[in-house]
Write a protein of this length. Structure first.
Length: 381
């Protein structure tokens, strides 16, 4: 086959990959080369991050509960001064809310933070006005050997049951307040998970958030398997664990914490609105930050490789018939033979037909189920 039709074989894969990646770009899916496209068509398990991936990624503080007697403005001055040094979306939400508390000032100036430390996957700590401030999840507070009062535990449980993130604030080693932060689900997240299940793709959520919030979000979108309170290295370990059991794994994320898992996965898929590090680490970038484009990426890769197989079958079948005819197998019985000029034209036609077959990928349409989402009133952008 290689000897008989090197031109057709040489064109079968690269032309299909070139057209497939071009079509992906026009659909808002940036595919970084043929290897990413090849791996994507084999994907049968997807790991989703939560914040900014399944959720909108614009968290807001919805409730503040003070457990100690303190002026609310003074409370937010201390935590805003601490969180100003963090790049985490939750930190930015806290700072924005603190600015609203200080609405009398157009651009409030926060006190200087000393000995700032960011504890990845847990929270932050710093010294503000000679007071030790620790802000983070329950695990961080317990790791610092700080007792959480009973009413604080009850408040956390209530917050998590509402699919909100509970952030504890410790001032001078006493839990002083709890912030409830809400990050709404993307409007079509549940439908996307449902479609992926129909495509025989397993869905898992791995997040650094607490178990209560993670389970609530997972239940809402229809994901059965959840890993919560996961550090960045734990996300990468989960990817490797699934790969070891035979899955071809895609990781969908948007943050710095997701980068190790994006690199470890067979296909790393970054949300376009995510961090530069995540985008650099990924094989595929969803430029519109739309979850539906995860489906588009997988479906397009499957269609592309179906076209590559069709090219091979066509090239093989064409030459199995054409070469014996050109060699004169029909001449003894029928007197039919192929003149050299006709044989040359037939050889060229073999290559041209493969290219045309690949070019038909330009007519690619997203799965009908995605179009139905739009019909049912869910706007896809």
């Amino acid at each position: 086959m290689v000897i008989a039709c090197p031109c057709a074989l040489g064109l079968a894969t690269p032309t299909a990959v070139m057209v497939g990646t071009g079509v992906g770009a026009s659909q808002g899916v940036l595919i970084k080369g043929g290897q990413a496209l090849e791996s994507a068509h084999k994907v049968n398990c997807i790991i989703f991050d939560k914040t900014g991936t399944l959720t909108i990624g614009k968290p807001v503080v919805v409730k503040t509960t003070l457990l100690k007697s303190m002026v609310l403005q003074d409370f937010y001055e201390l935590i805003a001064a601490t969180e100003m040094n963090s790049e985490h979306p939750l930190a930015k939400a806290i700072v924005e809310y603190a600015k609203k508390i200080r609405e009398d000032e157009e651009d409030p100036v926060w006190p200087e933070a000393r000995a700032f430390e960011s504890i990845t996957g847990y929270g932050v700590k710093a010294t503000i006005k000679n007071r030790e401030i620790i802000i983070g999840n329950k695990s961080l507070i317990l790791d610092q050997n700080i007792a959480i009062p009973v009413d604080g535990e009850l408040m956390l449980a209530e917050t998590e049951a509402m699919a909100q993130t509970g952030i504890l604030v410790s001032i001078d080693r006493e839990v002083t307040g709890i912030l409830a932060i809400s990050d709404p689900l993307k409007p079509n997240a549940r439908e996307v998970i449902s479609i992926l299940k129909s495509m025989k793709v397993r869905n898992i959520m791995v997040t650094g958030d607490n178990w209560g919030t993670a389970n609530s979000i997972a239940k809402e979108v229809g994901i059965e398997t959840v890993v919560a309170e996961a550090k960045p290295e734990m996300k990468a370990e989960k990817v490797k664990e699934l790969q070891a059991t035979g899955f071809t794994v895609a990781m969908v994320g948007d943050g710095v914490n997701d980068s190790p898992a994006l690199v470890a996965a067979d296909v790393g898929i970054a949300i376009g609105a995510g961090t530069d590090i995540a985008i650099e680490a990924a094989d595929i970038v969803l430029m519109r930050s739309s979850l539906e484009d995860v489906i588009t990426a997988i479906d397009l890769s499957r269609k592309t490789f179906s076209r590559i197989r069709l090219n091979y079958i066509w090239a093989l079948g064409y030459n199995i018939i054409g070469i014996p005819v050109a060699a004169g197998v029909l001449f003894p019985g029928t007197g039919l033979r192929l003149p050299p000029w006709a044989a040359g034209a037939a050889m060229a036609a073999s290559s041209v037909s493969v290219v045309l077959c690949s070019l038909l990928l330009k007519n690619y349409r997203r799965p009908e189920k995605l179009e139905n989402l739009n019909i049912h009133g869910i706007k896809i952008e």
